[in-house]
Write a protein that binds this ligand. Structure first.
Ligand SMILES: *[C@@H]1O[C@H](CO)[C@@H](O)[C@H](O)[C@H]1NC(C)=O
Ligand SMILES: *[C@@H]1O[C@H](CO)[C@@H](O)[C@H](O)[C@H]1NC(C)=O
Ligand SMILES: *[C@@H]1O[C@H](CO)[C@@H](O)[C@H](O)[C@H]1NC(C)=O
Ligand SMILES: *[C@@H]1O[C@H](CO)[C@@H](O)[C@H](O)[C@H]1NC(C)=O
Length: 500
């Protein structure tokens, strides 16, 4: 016995010595200096907090590398939440959110040809109240890439698993943020990315995967969720918004039996064609806003026949420095909600040659500037010839089915969820998000009511048990782009665990 305990205790001594040795070998646990951004072409001021960016290799043998841009909170980075942001597409870079929605800068288009845009601080940046991590995902999108092109055939499940690997490796690089509350957020097709990734994160926590992520909840804006719910949302939206007549609505209700997107008879199909006619000329991203461009030059490839000509147009925004006249690449055709199987990316839907105007100019010129690429540690044009807001590099398959089962799982496990909608978006209409959140079947704990921002009604909200909240905004598809101040209020309240 004595011998055994001697061995045990000498082993203990050995372990302690070993760990002391290891501790002294490990450098100070802090963010990698090489990723620190020291200057940003286009911006002359002082950054209010630290910015980091670079690649995380998630698969060594393939050379698969995901690009991130991380902004420390401008308030209290040691305590404020860390939030991951994902744009959708599939195929769209999360620099969309960075440049046009809630990033640290407002961009003023260059006055000279080929010049850099001028950057000003954005008073409504989400970095005011949180640290925020913009991730280009999956590989092949934005600045993320793989040396093995077979990686560009992908789908929901692989994307979620890759993003989870990214997160584990990222937190190993930035261990000082492991104890901060962690949230996942995104918009549009990220309505699929967010819950599938959250589910991977939770499975990892359950399996004691290290490092342990302090995951608390998630936000989804105008998010793709469920084929039936999203597919059936358009007709009630068009009726409620005054885009189709009471008569047509009654006829459709009768002919189509409540199935508004998979017509089950010719009469139903004919009625739905009338809806298409009625809404064709509208700006799909915000029905209140005008369309800027002529429709005659848009040629739609054979993937769809129902794409309305207004599809690629965007109206005005209240951002102080509005730079984008059109929005491009986050969508799929009306009445063809995301179904299982191949989801065409925007460039795959459209004949790019036939698109007359350059688009998303500010982001495209800034992110393709060699000095900027160098400053943010992105690969140069020998590896990524051109940064595109939305790419057709990838072939993307929807293979995770409906998101409702994910939302049920996550919220019943105590993870908080905010499902928000710009209520003038016709692409993923609020009617679908409102209906599916209700269909989960949770008890209402905060009955439908207006919520306010800056002393005005900003939208309406309904709170359910298990911290599931639905909230709408008087805005288009990308809420923070149209309503930056209100969106920051919504975001801050949610992160703080307060009601809308
Ligand atoms: C930044 O500095 C450059 C060079 O001094 C100048 O041309 C530019 O106008 C400045 N931009 C801003 C936003 O002040
Ligand atoms: C790329 O990855 C696939 C799948 O893992 C593999 O079969 C193939 O050999 C790889 N190609 C190269 C050039 O490494
Ligand atoms: C939901 O949770 C159950 C039980 O933990 C699990 O078996 C199932 O795979 C989960 N489903 C999803 C979609 O996460
Ligand atoms: C809802 O969220 C709050 C704030 O994080 C938390 O205290 C509470 O336990 C959560 N409720 C449920 C039912 O998960």
């Amino acid at each position: 016995m004595a011998r055994t305990s001697l061995i045990v205790s000498s082993q203990r001594v050995l372990y302690s010595l070993l760990s002391l040795l290891l501790l002294s070998l490990v450098p100070t646990q802090s963010a990698p200096e090489a990723a620190l951004i020291t200057q940003i072409p286009g911006f002359n001021g002082t950054l209010p907090s630290k910015h980091y960016s670079g690649y995380v290799t998630i698969d060594e043998s393939h050379g698969r590398n995901l690009f991130y841009y991380f902004i420390e909170s401008e308030r209290k980075p040691s305590e404020d939440p860390v939030v991951l942001w994902l744009n959708g597409g599939p195929g769209c870079s999360s620099f969309d959110g960075f440049v046009y929605e809630h990033g640290p800068f407002n961009f003023e288009a260059a006055k000279t040809e080929g010049g850099l845009p001028q950057l000003h601080l954005n008073p409504y940046s989400w970095s005011k109240v949180s640290s925020i991590l913009y991730l280009d995902s999956p590989a092949g999108v934005g600045f993320s890439y793989s040396k093995n092109k077979s990686d560009y055939i992908t789908g929901d499940l692989k994307t979620a698993s890759d993003s989870h690997t990214f997160l584990l490796k990222w937190f190993e690089l930035y261990p000082e943020f492991l104890s901060n509350p962690f949230f996942i957020s995104g918009e549009s097709y990220a309505g699929v990315y967010v819950p599938t990734l959250a589910s991977e994160v939770v499975k990892g926590i359950d399996a004691a995967v290290q490092p342990k992520l302090n995951f608390k909840g998630y936000l989804v804006g105008n998010g793709v969720t469920d084929e039936d719910m999203d597919g059936n949302a358009l007709v009630p939206f068009a009726h409620g918004m005054g885009l189709i007549s009471d008569d047509l609505f009654e006829e459709i209700t009768e002919e189509c039996n409540g199935n508004y997107y998979k017509p089950n008879s010719d009469t139903c199909e004919n009625k739905l064609a009338k809806v298409d006619q009625a809404i064709n000329g509208l700006n799909i991203y915000d029905i209140l806003e005008p369309c800027y461009h002529g429709t005659d030059s848009l040629k739609i490839s054979t993937v769809t026949s129902n794409l309305p000509p207004s599809f690629r147009k965007l109206g005005e925004t209240e951002r102080p420095l509005a730079v984008r006249k059109r929005m491009f690449g986050r969508a799929w055709p009306l009445r063809a909600p995301v179904r299982d199987g191949l989801v065409p990316t925007w460039p795959q839907l459209m004949n790019s040659e036939s698109v007359p105007c350059t688009d998303d100019e500010v982001a495209t010129s800034w992110l393709n500037n060699a000095a900027l690429r160098k400053a943010i540690h992105a690969e140069d044009d020998s590896v990524i010839p051109s940064w595109e807001l939305c790419t057709d590099n990838i072939r993307f398959y929807h293979d995770a089915g409906s998101m409702i089962k994910y939302h049920k799982n996550l919220t019943s496990r105590g993870y908080r969820a905010l499902i928000y909608s710009g209520d003038h978006d016709m692409l993923v209409p609020f009617t679908g998000s409102e209906a599916w959140t209700r269909s989960v079947g949770y008890k209402v704990v905060d009955e439908w009511r207006p919520w306010t921002s800056n002393g005005q009604i900003a939208g309406y909200t309904q709170g359910y048990e298990n911290n599931l909240t639905f909230s709408n905004h008087k805005a288009g598809h990308t809420v923070p782009e149209y309503k930056p101040q209100e969106a920051l209020d919504m975001y801050s309240r949610f992160l703080a665990g307060q009601p809308q």
